[in-house]
Design a protein around this ligand. Structure first.
Ligand code: APR
Ligand code: ZN
Ligand code: ZN
Length: 361
């Protein structure tokens, strides 16, 4: 049986998205059909719509989602109908070199569902990040589903599927923030704020939020920043050093993706500190550094991919922290909206008004 459902489609580059009826097939071998309950609106959805990722239009947008498994295809044993799941970008193979060596986030053979979801005329849709969850139902590889505590509200839970995990994991998994550490986070959008929340959970003593927008700094304080630096007025490197006894932070998370903020991150760390780059630059950008400084500073320069997360380990653990009141995942949800409000949510995102708009179904 094919399922007819409502979904948000980007048909043409730069054009407003539309709510359309699409066709979702029954799950085949290794696939799961998911009834979506919530899906956050992420910058990446807007990048797809603007043609910034690739030109495989039409796209089925949405990729920060939670919902219930409705049915599964042959051979699926990891999830079952009725499970409450958070979706991740790609199922890992489990057997390539990266998987065998415990770095599945670099898996060489990740996969999504193989059957296409289509428009009513049969045109295949490209699901954003292999998910496509601004839809009443979506089809994914079963390995993209991670079962979590079903008492968690879906709007918050879904956010772990992308931006919040990327930021939280950048601080905790990639940066290895530990008790008593000093942490600076440059860029306090959704990703940076999640890094701040992660640093707090990990027991950081000092969390310095850096942004050029005062509104973001106020939000950062609500999520655990102990100090804020408006880098449109103050040199952030000097400010971080003076807040850390002249040394720099043990861990600096860069969550902007620009040369000047990469440079600030490089110099704001303690000599033996760790810089974690999670802000994604555009391909033309370059960073020039004196080799003497590269050599003269120890520590580590790391980039973080999807928060270096293991969905099966991290999604249930973060949901438990949330349900225990130790991590305010719910505070990332600025508003709950309908499928027909995704375009206006993009506008709110561009204005910097929201941490996350979440489509709930
Ligand atoms: N210095 C400090 N902060 C800056 C600067 C700057 N020069 N330029 C922009 N910012 C701040 C913005 O004010 C905003 O608060 O960076 C933040 C960026 O936040 P968002 O646009 O909401 O982006 P977000 O979703 O948090 O993602 C940040 O991480 O995963 C990547 O692709 C993502 O590159 C993006 C980055
Ligand atoms: Zn693999
Ligand atoms: Zn995303």
């Amino acid at each position: 049986m094919t399922h007819e459902v409502r979904a948000v489609v980007a048909r043409k580059q730069g054009a407003p998205v539309s709510v359309e009826t699409i066709l979702v097939p029954e799950p085949g071998p290794g696939e799961a059909l998911v009834q979506v309950r919530a899906c956050g609106v992420c910058h990446t959805d807007l990048h797809y719509r603007e043609g910034g990722i690739n030109d495989a239009f039409p796209f089925l947008l949405g990729h920060e989602a939670a919902g219930f498994v409705e049915s599964v295809g042959d051979g699926v044993t990891d999830v079952a109908p009725g499970d409450f799941v958070i979706l991740n970008w790609r199922a890992v193979c489990g057997s390539c070199r990266a998987c065998r060596r415990g770095r599945p986030w670099y898996c060489f053979a990740t996969r999504n569902a193989t059957q296409p979801m289509t428009l009513l005329d049969g045109t295949a849709l490209s699901p954003a990040l292999g998910i496509g969850a601004f839809a009443e139902k979506t089809l994914v590889a079963s390995g993209q589903c991670t079962k979590v505590d079903r008492t968690a509200p879906a709007a918050a839970a879904g956010l772990l599927g992308c931006g919040v995990m990327a930021g939280f994991g950048a601080a905790v998994n990639t940066g290895g923030v530990g008790r008593g550490d000093s942490v600076a986070v440059i860029g306090c959008g959704g990703v940076g704020i999640a890094a701040i929340a992660g640093a707090k959970v990990a027991g950081a003593a000092r969390i310095i939020a850096v942004d050029i927008d005062e509104r973001k700094l106020a939000k950062a304080e609500r999520f655990g920043a102990t100090d804020t630096v408006d880098s449109s007025r103050t040199d952030p490197v000097e400010a971080v050093r003076s807040l850390t006894g002249g040394f720099g932070a043990d861990v600096v998370v860069e969550a902007v993706g620009r040369p000047e903020t990469y440079q600030q991150a490089f110099y704001a760390r303690d000599l033996a500190g760790t810089v974690v780059l999670v802000g994604v630059p555009i391909p033309e950008m370059k960073l020039e550094l004196p080799l003497a400084d590269v050599f003269g500073r120890g520590g580590a320069l790391k980039s973080s991919w999807y928060g270096d997360c293991l969905p099966s380990r991290d999604f249930p653990a973060l949901i438990d922290l949330y349900l225990q009141g130790r991590f305010d995942l719910g505070a990332f949800v600025s508003e709950e909206i309908g499928l027909d409000e995704v375009e206006s949510a993009f506008d709110a995102m561009r204005r910097g008004d929201v941490l996350r708009s979440v489509v709930t179904l």
